[in-house]
Write a protein that binds this ligand. Structure first.
Ligand code: FAD
Length: 366
């Protein structure tokens, strides 16, 4: 008997897949949740928060309505708390690679890690694009990616008892140097400058290790990789004195930060203006019915790349998605202050049944 794999059985069935878990993607969960819609969030980063978390977590933000000041990290923590009642699925550390409309109007969505969704609608909250690690741009390095050249640490134990080269001068490079120093056979830290961007305490500890002779530091640039057959055996590094040396190593860890790339979004048949997606301004729908875009990634006359603009867009997109999924159904605008249904969805009381009370507490028809 031959067994064929029923791919549809493996997909997560949901109302909406949100591409990007920055501030706008997170708030999108809230607006959909108020309307009774379930969402799944996907982000290529290992944590939520988009630019706020990745680029400026400790900087104060002053222009979020009713919050005179909070750090970017606090804003993301508050958004996560606000959406908790709606229990979104989080799929982090994976990029949405495919969005395919189906004849039945739903979408097949797939990620770089093989997670698959069967979604009623897709909302792209991709900001300035998918954050990708800056890679070692030397001949042949891609052949070793994930084997002996790494841009993130999936399993720290795989670096124990190994000779390592760690490249970078920020927190990630320093944190992993300090974490692995007692477990690796040897570590050489390579950074193009003698100044480090990491936390002062980490820089101090790293310099003390160099002083004690437990860690080698080379101020220099990686020129090429050294291979024996298919195996990576070392790196050629030109130091500040102009001399190029070969450093024997088993594994290379590169922490040169992340840069945004529009990436797969460009291949989904959407109308793009430079690196943004064209949308209308009443639904924030793209040229493909059922695919919407909110936040920094969208483009319309007068667009301002501000978090509060993205929040407004998320509210309108949620109503449009509801209309798309339940055509002909009357959707009432309700207030969280007075609607028992919304309060029930928020888990703060109210005993309204979902459909019977859809209009309770309503002020206007949307
Ligand atoms: P982002 O925050 O960019 O998040 C998008 C997410 O989508 C990213 O995490 C990315 O990895 C993910 N993604 C993209 N493509 C894919 C894919 N294919 N698969 C999976 N994931 C994907 N705005 C203000 O309003 N006030 C301020 O004071 C302010 N200060 C700022 C200071 C700095 C230094 C910077 C850089 C920006 C500032 N901004 C400020 C702008 C603000 O951060 C952005 O407007 C906001 O982050 C946009 O949110 P977003 O959710 O649209 O996108």
């Amino acid at each position: 008997m031959s067994l064929s794999l029923d791919r549809s059985k493996l997909a997560i069935v949901t109302d909406v897949v949100i591409v990007g878990a920055g501030p706008c993607g997170l708030f999108q969960v809230f607006e959909l949740g108020l309307l009774g819609l379930k969402s799944e969030l996907v982000d290529s980063l290992a944590q939520v928060g988009g630019q706020c978390t990745e680029l400026y977590p400790d900087k104060p933000i002053y222009d979020i309505p009713a919050i005179p000041v909070c750090t970017a990290r606090e804003l993301i923590e508050r958004l996560q708390e606000q959406i908790r009642p709606f229990n979104p699925g989080y799929h982090l550390g994976q990029e949405v690679t495919e969005v395919k409309p189906r004849p039945d109007g739903r979408f097949d969505v797939a990620t770089s890690r093989g997670t698959r969704f069967d979604a009623g609608a897709v909302i792209i909250a991709g900001g300035v694009g998918s954050f990708q690690p800056r890679r070692l741009a030397v001949e042949g390095s891609d052949r070793h990616e994930g084997h002996s050249i790494h841009y993130r640490v999936k399993d720290a134990a795989s670096f124990h008892d190994q000779d390592l080269v760690i490249c970078g001068g920020g927190d990630s490079a320093l944190d992993w140097t300090l974490e692995l120093i007692d477990r690796a056979r040897s570590i050489v830290l390579v950074h193009r400058r003698a100044e480090f961007r990491g936390a002062p305490a980490s820089v101090e500890r790293m310099l003390a290790l160099v002083e004690e002779g437990r860690l080698d530091f080379i101020e220099g640039q990686v020129q090429s990789i050294v291979e024996q057959g298919e195996k990576l055996t070392g790196l050629k590094v030109t130091a500040r004195d102009g001399v190029t040396r070969t450093i024997a190593t088993d594994q290379v860890l590169v922490f040169w930060g992340l840069s945004p790339k529009l990436g797969p979004i460009a291949e989904w048949g959407l109308t793009l203006h430079r690196r943004t997606i064209a949308v209308d301004t009443h639904r924030f729908q793209t040229n493909i019915p059922g695919i919407y875009a909110v936040g920094d990634i969208n483009d319309y006359p007068g667009k301002k790349k501000l978090i509060l603009s993205g929040f407004h867009e998320a509210a309108l997109a949620a109503f449009a998605v509801k209309e798309h999924l339940r055509p002909g159904e009357k959707i009432h605008l309700q207030y969280t202050t007075t609607s028992p249904l919304l309060q029930k969805r928020l888990g703060v009381g109210g005993d309204a049944g979902d459909s019977a009370a859809e209009g309770a507490g309503a002020r206007h028809s949307a």
